[in-house]
Design a protein around this ligand. Structure first.
Ligand SMILES: *Cc1c(COP(=O)(O)O)cnc(C)c1O
Length: 334
């Protein structure tokens, strides 16, 4: 982190986050399992998005921006973190949201409104076809009122936001050195690709070689391989003079997407319950429950025999509340 290429950031996240072993849970595995606790980056700002927003919002402030417009599902963790980060920095916030039929109440959406964000909800069909049109529509309306607006992409995943996870890779390397481990695999959930792109970038900037695996929670591996490459290419365009010290190394596993985004399977929910009960760690149904289930299954199937492996817990805790019915069924069926 001493290199002088790091852009300025707003200090929003509680860093460094802890990394610790899951010694009860990993008894049944042929590997030593570590958890990087990015669910502990804050309370209202908790999860992975705040690391990206530290760089995005510092950039916004330098530009004299008065309002952020961003987008996601109604229960988006990214939108909730943006709404609260904007409130903390005195910026206005407008959220363009995709209807999540039947799960629009409570959870992150309640918090968005408490933080004073303007919210516009569109049907899945409208949103899929018209997102960029809606973003510029709301930007235009507010610019006409004299505001300076910055549009932030889904998940703050672009060549600016991924600085946050590049920095997290350096933090992880310090964690590995402190614990005296050289992990074979670092895994995370992948939803808009920025966390995976940033980690790949950071390890390459540091010259650290490790198998970085993103577990897709939607779309497919080909989509994310393209998206991660595009985010890193965008970063390279913005930072033409910064040299990588090792080749970029990342891959995506899409075998555990199941029924699709925000549609957890029974096994994802059961594993979330097991983690809560054996380790006191809260996984969410949309991202970390699904990704952790995929990762653990691969480890059980011999992905990294007798090695240290690390799962980056990207947060999402408020996302359990819209799934109260599914969780209640988990224990009533036991
Ligand atoms: C957004 C999100 C992810 C995915 O991160 P991306 O950088 O969008 O790929 C993973 N976990 C949680 C809890 C998230 O909110």
């Amino acid at each position: 982190m001493t290199a002088d290429y790091w852009p300025p950031k707003e200090r929003l996240a509680q860093l460094p986050t802890p990394m610790h072993r899951l010694a009860r849970f990993d008894q049944s595995l042929d590997a030593r399992l570590w958890l990087k606790r990015d669910d502990l980056t804050g309370f209202v700002l908790s999860g992975n998005k705040v690391r990206k927003l530290e760089y995005v919002l510092a950039y916004a402030k330098r530009l004299g921006v008065t309002r952020i417009i961003t987008c996601g599902g109604v229960q988006s963790n990214h939108c909730r973190a943006t709404a609260f980060a904007c409130a903390q920095l005195g910026l206005a916030c407008h959220l363009v949201l995709r209807d999540t039929q039947g799960r629009n109440a409570g959870g992150n959406f309640l918090l968005d409104q408490m933080a004073g964000a303007d919210c516009s909800i569109y049907s899945v069909k409208e949103y899929t076809g018209g997102l960029s049109k809606f973003m510029s529509h709301w930007a235009g309306i507010n610019e006409a009122k004299g505001e300076v607006v910055l549009e932030v992409p889904t998940g703050a995943s672009d060549g600016l936001g991924i600085w946050g996870y590049a920095a997290a890779a350096f933090e992880l390397i310090e964690d590995f050195q402190r614990e005296g481990i050289a992990p074979q695999v670092v895994a995370c959930a992948t939803g808009s690709g920025g966390t995976q792109a940033g980690l790949a970038l950071g390890f390459a900037l540091a010259g650290y070689e490790v198998d970085l695996v993103g577990y897709a929670v939607c779309d497919d591996a080909a989509y994310f391989d393209r998206k991660v490459a595009a985010d890193i290419a965008d970063w390279q365009r913005r930072n033409p003079d910064v040299c990588l010290q090792a080749p970029l190394r990342y891959r995506t596993v899409d075998a555990y997407v199941g029924a699709g985004y925000a549609k957890p399977g029974e096994a994802d929910l059961a594993l979330a319950l097991e983690m809560a009960r054996t380790e006191g760690v809260l996984l969410d149904p949309v991202y970390t429950g699904k990704a952790f289930h995929g990762f653990i299954t691969d480890v059980q199937n011999g992905m990294a025999p007798n090695a240290d492996v690390v799962f980056v817990h990207t947060g999402g805790g408020f996302g359990v509340f819209p799934y109260v019915g599914e969780f209640e069924r988990q224990w009533s069926e036991r």
